[in-house]
Ligand binder design. Structure first.
Ligand SMILES: NC(=O)c1ccc[n+]([C@@H]2O[C@H](COP(=O)([O-])OP(=O)(O)OC[C@H]3O[C@@H](n4cnc5c(N)ncnc54)[C@H](O)[C@@H]3O)[C@@H](O)[C@H]2O)c1
Length: 437
């Protein structure tokens, strides 16, 4: 059993805390957001993540939710920094939250600590965290040993609990062997299946995270560009995907053509790595192209729709950046809605989990529907933006009755071409022949 403090109870901090608590550790969850901590104390989980609520409730006795910075730092041996690292205007990662946690650690630490950078941070940030803590200790005129470790997180929203409990790999970046061993022990219960715990130097660990995320984003941007070509040459991207994915060197993961990738990580991490590469005169042309390809896609999707019709009212299915989350950060769907509003088009939206967060952006400018079918009433077309499973086998007959015109623009290639044709819909998907009735 270890005494662990998780700083930042967001999409990463909470699943991680639940995982550690589940294997018997005592976990303090510290956040400056009082409303979040009050909710958590009352058993209300502030984000939607499958299995999270259950895991936290089952391990209630191992949790302490608090806003008390001093107590959290002094009462725990291992402190995980899980705060946000959003983009600055130049694309670089904003480290103010990470460094403010480091400052608090230096201000309050009273014994030896292991400080773990879990947030995604630029290469060299562990050194900055160390300097920041040392500065505070110097001001206090006290000496305490501490080690700063880079331990990037690879969990996927929508299956974060599963990823915490069974990670593909754990990366621990440290130059101190005993610290590496302590963290290895902490993670061993999660890799009884033999998945690797990779202990490496700090800077390589920091780089592994950026390289991994940028590679995944590149894979999607690549298949999206292939889809653009398929549309012009009469090929079918799903057939192309099948043929490519059968090659083990390529694989079938992250090879689905779509409206665009989104979420809080890919965009900001690609921009951060691009910024880093430019600052050292090693600009990554691939990462730059990956970003640009992705940024062009929501407009391409809307322009495609406008090339078929000028709708009065449109229905959006899915505003979350992916299924099984309520997270709409950098969601392609949100970008599409903004473009539709610029064209003066009325917008109805449905999403199983993300309507509350969507309301925070659009307020009264769009209509929110609890039922996916109600959202279609009097619409000229449906834009499917997030591949929630509830959209997979729709009631075609009901859809036909509710909609004014029968157009579906499918940003996630959810439907079989023959089926939609038989049902009598105009159907325009990504990288496949359009169906016109
Ligand atoms: N979301 C993901 O899927 C994911 C996956 C891997 C890595 N990451 C990385 O993990 C980090 C956190 O991401 P997230 O999505 O969990 O962010 P988030 O915005 O959901 O959560 C961050 C939390 O930190 C809190 N916070 C900010 N400053 C604080 C402080 N000084 N003390 C205490 N709490 C503070 C905020 O109130 C918030 O609750 C980022 O660097 C991100 O890139 C995210």
């Amino acid at each position: 059993m270890k005494k662990i403090c998780i700083v930042g109870t967001g999409y990463v901090g909470l699943p991680l805390a639940a995982g550690f608590a589940n294997v018997g550790n005592e976990v303090t969850c510290l956040d400056l957001d009082e409303a979040k901590i009050t909710d958590l104390k009352n058993g209300k989980i502030p984000i939607y993540e499958p299995g999270l609520e259950d895991l936290i409730k089952r391990n209630q006795k191992n949790f302490n939710f608090t806003t008390d910075v001093q107590q959290s730092i002094q009462n725990n041996d291992i402190i995980f920094i899980c705060v946000g690292t959003p983009s600055c205007t130049d694309g670089s990662a904003d480290l103010q939250y990470v460094l403010s946690v480091a400052e608090s650690i230096g201000k309050y630490m009273n014994s030896c600590k292991i400080v773990v950078d879990k947030s995604t941070v630029p290469i060299g940030t562990a050194d900055l965290v160390e300097e920041t803590i040392k500065k505070q200790l110097l001001e206090r005129k006290v000496h305490h040993n501490f080690h700063v470790v880079s331990n990037p997180e690879f969990m996927r929203e929508g299956c974060a609990v599963e990823d915490v409990l069974h990670p593909d790999r754990v990366v621990i970046g440290t130059n101190d062997i005993p610290t590496g061993l302590t963290l290895k022990r902490l993670y061993e219960p999660f890799v009884l299946n033999g998945n690797p715990i990779i202990i490496t130097d700090v800077r390589s660990a920091e780089m592994i995270k950026y390289a991994s995320n940028c590679f995944l984003a590149t894979k999607i941007s690549f298949i999206n560009e292939m889809a653009n070509i398929c549309e012009k040459v009469g090929a079918n991207i799903l057939e192309v995907r099948k043929g490519m994915a059968a090659d083990h060197r390529i694989g079938d993961k992250f090879l689905y053509a779509s409206i665009a990738w989104g979420g809080s990580c890919f965009g900001k991490d690609c921009n951060a790595l691009l910024n880093i590469s430019r600052n050292i005169s090693e600009e990554s042309l691939i990462v730059n192209a990956t970003i640009q390809t992705n940024e062009s896609r929501p407009k391409r999707f809307v322009d495609t729709m406008l090339s078929y019709l000028l709708p009065d009212q449109v229905t959006i299915w899915g505003t979350a950046f992916k299924p099984e989350t309520d997270d709409i950060r950098d969601s392609a769907s949100i970008k599409v809605i903004k473009l539709l509003l610029e064209h003066g088009i009325k917008v109805n939206v449905h999403d199983p989990m993300a309507l509350e967060n969507t309301k925070k952006i659009f307020g009264d400018n769009i209509s929110y529907c609890e039922s996916q079918y109600e959202s279609l009433l009097k619409s000229d077309c449906l834009l499917l933006c997030t591949e929630w499973s509830v959209y997979r086998m729709p009631n075609w007959g009901l859809m036909k009755k509710l909609m004014f015109q029968h157009y579906i623009f499918d940003g996630r290639n959810q439907y079989d071409l023959k089926t939609v044709q038989e049902q009598g819909f105009n159907y325009i998907s990504i990288g496949r022949e359009p169906i016109k009735i």
